[in-house]
Design a binder for this molecule. Structure first.
Ligand code: FCB
Length: 443
């Protein structure tokens, strides 16, 4: 079976009714907005997942179809994933048991609106139960509305390129927030809408991967009775920026119409970019990959930063990982301190409070994660001590899960999941994060 990581595929150039919280519950973890800034007391210590990667059987989504179609770039289908659609209570209990106070998860649009205009109240209730259970467990629920997947019908209409897409997404956002109610702590509209730009920047596409991508999307269109099939991070990356930012704006407005107090933001993939040599193209990269999103983020309550490693930028563009460097399972350089630089940069560019919405690494050797976590969190807390308004640190991921094109190979979890029984086993590295969180929260 082929195993591709997303960077390789993205570089190929083609991907590239308000509900009252339980008494006292809303007071947990998150303080009201101060001076228009999202501020959180105490610091948000948490773990993150995304619906498609953990729930299982997300059959009405665009990516589910792409996993099934021939040809496909996915190394294996997501199938039952971690069975979290059933086992979410256990997941929440694990987060709680680790002294964390925050759980980030996504709602799957294709479960909520499996056919256009047909809304599943049962699915909305499911996510409402999750939000309330988080509060009961003392966790701030952070909800992502779009974590790469969208409904299959949406992709078959042209996805984010359809002229109605921003309005349709804003309607979905409003519906979700109305139903999930006052207990939601923060909302993330889009997860990494800049990922394709990042993957493609300065790299030469692999023609074979590109061709398979084109064929996979054509097959998905045909299977859906359409002449198009377009989803987040596929197609013309530069052309997708404007409609996605418009969708973000409209969704933010719709959410504020329901809950003016609810902090809204997006997350961006931001490695620690480091210039090498006097002619480094770093500024060109920044202007292309982040700047348009930063402009929009200045209107948001917070910015989510997602960092996995550093990226060296020379005169020709991205440079390879330095020879001899320790690497993660995804081939990235082991470089836990990266997160310190990316949050400083993101804050300097936007002036917004920063939430580390993802940070972690893929490794089969948990002792490597056990080294990563103290170094990464120390970099975050050093930035905070310097006065950068960092409001939280969410580790990716709570569980070993479905890593998109790469399937179940890469292990990002604080917790392993038996692929045959779904039994969760907390790894020693998770206890390290638990100790760090506890000591910070009890300061
Ligand atoms: C990020 C994604 C997340 C996960 C991690 C490893 O880009 O947001 O879903 O796949 O990478």
């Amino acid at each position: 079976m082929r195993s591709l990581n997303r960077r390789a595929v993205l570089a190929a150039g083609t991907l590239a009714a308000t509900f009252a919280p339980r008494a006292g519950a809303a007071a947990t973890a998150v303080a009201p907005l101060r001076d228009g800034h999202a501020s959180a007391t105490p610091f948000l210590w948490g773990a993150a997942t995304a619906g498609h990667q953990v729930e299982g059987n997300n059959v009405a989504s665009d990516i589910w179809l792409l996993e099934q179609i021939k040809p496909t770039l996915f190394s294996e289908p997501s199938g039952d994933a971690c069975d979290s659609f059933e086992r979410w209570r256990e997941d929440i209990e694990i987060v709680q048991s680790l002294n964390l106070n925050t759980y980030r998860f996504s709602v799957e649009w294709s479960r909520i609106e499996p056919a256009e205009g047909q809304v599943s109240l049962s699915a909305l209730d499911h996510y409402r139960r999750m939000v309330l259970a988080c509060r009961e467990a003392g966790l701030a629920p952070i909800v992502t509305l779009s974590h790469f997947t969208s409904p299959r019908w949406f992709a078959a209409k042209g996805g984010w390129f359809h002229p109605d897409a921003p309005t349709v997404f804003a309607r979905h956002a409003e519906r979700v927030i109305r139903h999930l109610g006052e207990s939601v702590s923060h909302v993330i509209t889009f997860n990494e809408p800049n990922l394709q730009l990042l993957g493609e920047w300065g790299r030469t596409p692999d023609p074979a991967v590109r061709q398979t991508m084109t064929d996979m999307l054509a097959a998905a269109a045909k299977a859906s009775g359409s002449d198009r099939f377009s989803l987040m991070n596929t197609g013309d990356a530069a052309a997708m920026v404007a409609p996605v930012l418009e969708a973000h704006r409209q969704a933010r407005q719709a959410i504020k119409g329901v809950r003016p107090d609810l902090p809204v933001g997006m997350t961006l993939a931001i490695p620690d970019d480091q210039a090498v040599g006097p002619d480094s193209r770093i500024e060109e990269k920044r202007a292309t990959v982040y700047a348009p999103f930063f402009v929009e983020a200045r209107q948001d309550d917070f910015l989510g930063v997602q960092t996995y490693s550093r990226s060296l930028i020379g005169a020709e563009g991205p440079l390879p990982v330095p020879e001899g460097a320790e690497r993660t399972q995804m081939g990235d350089e082991f470089y836990p301190q990266a997160i310190g630089a990316s949050i400083r940069y993101a804050h300097a560019q936007t002036g917004r409070p920063i939430l580390v919405t993802e940070n972690g690494l893929a490794t089969q050797d948990d002792t490597v994660r056990a080294r990563f976590i103290p170094a990464a969190t120390a970099a975050v807390l050093a930035a905070r001590d310097e006065g950068v308004p960092v409001i939280g640190y969410l580790h990716w991921s709570l569980l070993d899960n479905f890593e998109w094109f790469s399937g179940y190979g890469p292990k990002f979890g604080l917790v392993s999941v038996d692929r045959a029984t779904f039994k969760r086993t907390i790894k020693p590295s998770a206890q390290i994060l638990a100790r760090i969180a506890r000591s910070d929260l009890s300061r």
